[in-house]
Design a protein around this ligand. Structure first.
Ligand SMILES: Cc1cc2nc3c(=O)[nH]c(=O)nc-3n(C[C@H](O)[C@H](O)[C@H](O)COP(=O)(O)OP(=O)(O)OC[C@H]3O[C@@H](n4cnc5c(N)ncnc54)[C@H](O)[C@@H]3O)c2cc1C
Ligand SMILES: *[C@@H]1O[C@H](CO)[C@@H](O)[C@H](O)[C@H]1NC(C)=O
Ligand SMILES: *[C@@H]1O[C@H](CO)[C@@H](O)[C@H](O)[C@H]1NC(C)=O
Ligand SMILES: *[C@@H]1O[C@H](CO)[C@@H](O)[C@H](O)[C@H]1NC(C)=O
Ligand SMILES: *[C@@H]1O[C@H](CO)[C@@H](O)[C@H](O)[C@H]1NC(C)=O
Ligand SMILES: *[C@@H]1O[C@H](CO)[C@@H](O)[C@H](O)[C@H]1NC(C)=O
Length: 515
């Protein structure tokens, strides 16, 4: 049996989309907008287009959205024309890259936006001279990784799901198993091509429009549409060890769980043996078992080591497992770079096909040096002895950002509108309903449950904490989101830049910056 971290979304199965319906031609809902787009020859879909459902269905079925129109640009001129049409006719705009926002923000986050679906801006071109990759704003992570490898055996640091889009991911962080070595995806951005709220296309880099370069890296959803990214690349590792250990005994009691977590936290802090090549997440899974009527619980240590299997077995594994109960299952294998990536992705491939289901997520960034015993007792106490789990599957991932030799935290906080640079763990919490449950069927108490888990981590936390903007928590008000994603100082500068570049608030979603 294959076990893999981050497997939940695929493990619960996919639902398919309904058949196409409602054929029509010409304008159908917003004649003025549709006339403007047609006059500028911008490709678009509206609610009576035969394939509307294919383009308008959100991946997260808990947050369905009906846009006013979906624009399908083939080039940045189409993006620019669409922004002008939308703004002139009084519509709000959001770009969609991979559509993986937990709040469906790529679709607008609320009904009635002009959604700019960047799926056709999906070219990746690697310069053999500079090793810089130029990546279209709608490219998905899996195809991007495949392309930079095919064109020059290069690699970029990014998240684990092949279908996530570079557009949302890179501009709001971007954590993956190579981030401890190479930083977040956002740290790879060298230059951007962007369309502003007035339709102007411009190049943005540390030397050209530095204010925009700062703001787009952290808050692009509020500032502009990135049509192309220039990204730094690294030589792809020849060999990567993927490891997964599953422990049932760890979750037998709060005390056992706290001991195991504390032991692993000490291990990843041990600079004698841990360096940036090792990366991991500690995952707690709880899900209803329909056969037994009880809950299946497992604690998983999963990650990668950018080195040889021999070195991993000799020097990493014994010390990592020391003092833990024997794993119930484990899988440790070495792979080439692309195979390692594919095995981490929820569908086991890098093609990144869409996965539809209903879910809710939140996050807590926990600063260095991590969670003390009291905090861990609250965390595991909530999961093991707290309120009953509603009929959803819980996945709580403690993703390692810090630890010995971790490189994420060496990036200065002032360089971008992304201030999360002293983080040890990011708790990425997720509840997911069974397949075919839609927004109507999603149990509201599952949202309350997960908010309770977040509060249990936060209660009395001894270190600073915030929230990771790539893991949109839809329960946060705009103000709460701003405090947690940006903090006072970054927010003040973002508001000034918003006022200068988007005074009419064209780029909007429920948590975007308001001047
Ligand atoms: C299954 C799954 C797995 C995930 N795994 C990870 C992970 O391993 N690591 C991690 O860090 N995160 C992970 N995430 C979170 C993910 O990084 C964010 O949801 C990310 O913002 C998604 O980007 P997107 O382009 O796919 O989403 P979209 O919904 O298309 O966009 C998200 C936001 O960014 C804006 N945006 C998109 N493209 C552009 C653009 N070109 N220019 C300007 N604004 C743009 C949108 O308007 C929207 O506001 C995961 C999410 C899911 C659902
Ligand atoms: C846009 O690209 C698509 C797919 O390549 C093509 O079918 C279509 O004709 C193009 N449309 C315009 C207006 O360029
Ligand atoms: C880009 O998207 C088009 C369809 O929109 C698809 O046919 C093509 O294979 C994609 N290219 C890459 C490199 O993924
Ligand atoms: C760190 O690792 C070394 C080498 O394995 C080991 O001897 C030492 O006990 C570890 N330190 C801690 C605090 O675990
Ligand atoms: C949502 O699911 C319920 C129950 O299965 C079903 O009755 C309803 O039609 C669905 N709604 C939508 C919008 O698909
Ligand atoms: C659009 O805004 C940019 C940035 O403020 C400005 O430089 C440019 O002149 C504006 N373009 C138009 C057509 O107003």
């Amino acid at each position: 049996m294959r076990i893999s971290p981050f497997y939940l979304i695929a493990a619960l199965g996919l639902s398919t989309l309904g058949e196409a319906k409602n054929a029509c031609s010409g304008s159908c809902t917003n004649p003025a907008l549709e006339r403007c787009l047609t006059a500028k020859r911008v490709p678009f879909k509206v609610s009576c287009s035969p394939d509307w459902e294919l383009y308008s269905t959100t991946l997260n079925r808990r947050v369905p959205i009906t846009p006013a129109a979906i624009v399908l640009p083939n080039n940045s001129k189409h993006v620019s024309d669409a922004v002008i049409c939308a703004a002139n006719k009084g519509f709000k705009v959001q770009a969609k890259s991979g559509g993986h926002s937990y709040g469906s923000f790529g679709f607008g986050g609320t009904d009635g936006h002009v959604m700019i679906d960047l799926r056709n801006l999906n070219k990746t071109v690697l310069s053999r001279k500079t090793n810089v990759a130029v990546v279209g704003g709608g490219t998905h992570l899996g195809p991007m990784a495949t392309a930079v490898h095919a064109q020059g055996k290069r690699a970029i640091s990014h998240g684990i799901c092949g279908g996530v889009g570079i557009g949302g991911h890179a501009t709001h962080g971007g954590w993956g198993f190579t981030s401890r070595a190479w930083g977040l995806t956002i740290d790879h951005i060298l230059e951007l091509q962007v369309v502003l709220a007035n339709g102007t296309e411009t190049r943005v880099s540390p030397n050209s429009n530095p204010d925009l370069f700062w703001a787009l890296r952290g808050a692009a959803d509020s500032i502009g549409i990135v049509t192309s990214f220039s990204l730094k690349t690294h030589p792809a590792p020849k060999e990567v060890v993927n490891f997964v250990y599953e422990f049932e005994a760890v979750l037998e009691s709060v005390d056992k769980a706290v001991n195991a977590f504390t032991r692993l936290q000490d291990f990843v802090s041990n600079a004698t043996l841990v360096d940036r090549r090792l990366s991991l997440a500690l995952q707690t899974f709880v899900k209803p078992n329909p056969e037994t009527g009880s809950l299946d619980k497992s604690f998983v240590v999963g990650g990668t080591f950018m080195g040889s299997l021999g070195e991993y077995k000799r020097s990493i594994e014994p010390e990592m497992l020391r003092g833990l109960p024997a794993p119930t299952k484990s899988e440790v294998q070495s792979h080439d770079w692309l195979e390692s990536l594919a095995r981490l992705s929820p569908d086991g491939t890098l093609t990144g096909g869409p996965l539809y289901s209903a879910y809710f997520a939140n996050s807590v960034t926990v600063d260095d040096p991590g969670l003390d015993r009291a905090a861990l007792e609250r965390y595991f106490g909530y999961i093991l002895e707290g309120p009953p789990l509603p009929p959803v599957a819980l996945q709580s991932n403690m993703e390692l950002w810090g630890g010995a030799d971790g490189q994420i935290n060496f990036v200065p906080t002032t360089g971008a509108a992304f201030p999360h640079r002293n983080v040890f763990w990011t708790a990425h919490n997720l509840v997911q309903a069974p397949p075919d449950v839609n927004a109507t069927g999603f149990p509201p108490e599952a949202v309350t449950y997960l908010s309770g888990l977040r509060n249990a981590i936060l209660d009395g936390l001894e270190v600073n904490s915030a929230a990771y903007p790539n893991l949109v928590d839809t329960t946060l008000t705009r103000q709460e989101a701003h405090q947690l994603y940006y903090g006072e100082e970054v927010l003040r500068r973002l508001r000034r830049i918003k006022a200068a570049y988007d005074p009419r608030n064209v780029f909007e979603n429920p948590q975007s910056i308001v001047a």
